[in-house]
Design a protein around this ligand. Structure first.
Ligand code: SAH
Ligand code: SF4
Length: 488
């Protein structure tokens, strides 16, 4: 398969620790972060053994980064800045602060992507900003894969080569194109079911069941240029509700044994602009009317959101305050990063998504084998942290549980899970996910009877239990399958 539009960024360890930009010294400023990697001898002779040869081959790129002005950093993207920050920018160039609000309104509510289209700003100002290299700079959908079940998987191009608003000062921008993956699931996948906050008449316990379609290993083909869809309330409406699944990192460092994303390792954190940009680009493509259409957002794509906490939460704030999405329709899933859960517990309720914990095993022994992170933060430590979250009325914690054939799908496992959930004392529900297979992962899918037996055992034990429908398996869009496009 040809490589699809994604250049690996340079390994952070090999980045210069400081560089010049706009006459000022920018600094990584976090040598402590780099030390463990160096200590483990991963970078002897400046050869990176974390990332694949792509990085070591690209020495010219690394050399450029050492230069005083990194190549390609001449534009400033506004997307990713909130109204307040935009107002400050406008004031800095001698404009009234309300121009910032106008910019925010145009980028996040009207979803404009070109400064030229921002007719609320005077033409002269638009021209001046353009001449100074300012752009909207919203991530854009570069490729679309369509599933037979209506799911769409996107490769979303981050506007690298630009000075991205919201990018941490410690990340020099690398020229080139990078894509991240996000998924649109019309009618959702059942994961949003029974969240306890906004009940839905059509949602019933444990339904709809998964279709246990076979895994199709042939290469998914992208469809051509993305087309705008009809308005959801228009005559061509094709969905009544939908779920958007977004990525928080490129790759993931957590290394869960059943997950395809883990095979990438961690490539880099996404910026707040890149995380929120995935959502706004998809809302735009699907002509979603925010505040009217029922759209859920799940931070369950590539990566571990709580290992990119600041950018993840900055994206949530943008999506709530500027885009107008409700945090009660957002769910963040974590593999159990305790310090992240503790920070999350301190977030104000009006900005906090709902929380899902990837439990995935009936006990610490099995979980440590499947999810090495459990050795650092075992189940009880995770539960302690989750108990610190002040839940809204009727809100529940979701425990996600991937059913691996023969490994985690036995009735005795269901009884253990029921005990665990009861002992936690948390208002909770369990979302069962039949494992989605991928190349190079030596597990088997659970048999349909095992899934049903597991579900009914939990239900009998009094645990609200739902089955997640696998969506978009044929285009590698299902849980844990977001990786294919970066394979050689
Ligand atoms: N990193 C976060 C969020 C992304 S993974 C987390 O782990 O929670 C989202 C969900 O997909 C997790 O519950 C994870 O356990 C599940 N998952 C990963 N690989 C899977 C696979 N191959 N089949 C089914 N579910 C999978
Ligand atoms: Fe990372 Fe989540 Fe996959 Fe585990 S399941 S490797 S935490 S993306």
């Amino acid at each position: 398969m040809a490589r699809v539009g994604w250049n690996k960024p340079p390994c952070p360890v090999l980045l210069p620790s400081s560089w010049q930009k706009d006459g000022k010294t920018q600094s990584l400023g976090t040598p402590a972060f780099l030390d463990p990697l160096k200590r483990f001898g991963l970078h002897e002779n400046r050869k990176c053994s974390i990332l694949s040869p792509v990085v070591t081959e690209k020495t010219t790129q690394l050399v450029q980064l050492d230069a005083a002005e990194p190549a390609g950093v001449s534009r400033t993207a506004f997307f990713g800045l909130d109204a307040e920050a935009l107002a400050a920018r406008m004031k800095a160039v001698g404009e009234p602060a309300f121009r910032g609000k106008q910019l925010a309104e145009a980028m996040y509510r009207q979803r404009l992507t070109e400064l030229d289209g921002l007719t609320t700003l005077p033409k002269a100002l638009r021209q001046r900003l353009a001449a100074e290299g300012c752009v909207v700079g919203r991530p854009r959908i570069a490729q679309v894969f369509q599933s037979v079940d209506g799911t769409e998987r996107y490769l979303i191009e981050c506007q690298s080569g630009e000075s991205q608003a919201g990018a941490p000062a410690d990340r020099p921008i690398v020229a080139g194109v990078e894509t991240v993956e996000a998924v649109w699931m019309p009618e959702g996948d059942g994961g949003e079911t029974g969240d306890g906050t906004e009940p839905d008449a059509q949602e019933t316990l444990g339904a709809p069941g998964p279709d246990f379609g076979t895994w199709e290993s042939s290469e998914p083909q992208p469809v051509s240029v993305p087309q705008a869809k009809p308005q959801s309330d228009g005559p061509g409406k094709t969905w009544s509700r939908a779920t958007i699944c977004v990525s928080s990192q490129v790759g993931c460092a957590v290394n869960c044994q059943f997950c395809l994303t883990a095979k990438l390792g961690l490539q880099r954190n996404l910026t707040a602009s890149e995380i929120a940009g995935q959502v706004v680009a998809i809302l735009d493509r699907q002509a979603v009317e925010v505040g009217r259409d029922r759209v859920n957002l799940v931070f369950m794509g590539m990566g571990e959101p709580f290992l990119n906490y600041d950018n993840f939460m900055a994206a949530v704030r943008l999506l709530v305050r500027e885009v107008g999405l409700s945090p009660q329709r957002m769910t963040v899933s974590t593999s159990g990063i305790v310090p992240g859960i503790e920070r999350f517990a301190a977030e104000p309720a009006e900005l906090r998504p709902k929380l899902a914990i990837s439990l995935n095993a009936p006990n610490d022994q099995v979980r440590s084998e499947l999810m090495p992170i459990n050795r650092k933060w075992p189940i009880e430590a995770v539960m302690d942290a989750v108990r610190q979250v002040r839940l809204r009325s009727r809100e529940r914690i979701t425990f996600e549980y991937v059913l691996l054939g023969g490994v985690t799908d036995q009735p005795r496992h269901a009884l253990e899970v029921a005990r665990l959930v009861r002992r936690s004392g948390l208002p909770a529900k369990v979302n069962l996910i039949a494992w989605n297979p991928g190349p190079g992962i030596a597990y088997v899918m659970p048999r349909p009877e095992a899934v049903e037996a597991f579900r009914s055992t939990l239900a009998r034990e009094g645990i609200p239990t739902y089955l997640r429908r696998p969506r978009g398996r044929d285009i590698f869009a299902a849980c844990g399958q977001l990786k294919r496009t970066v394979e050689g």
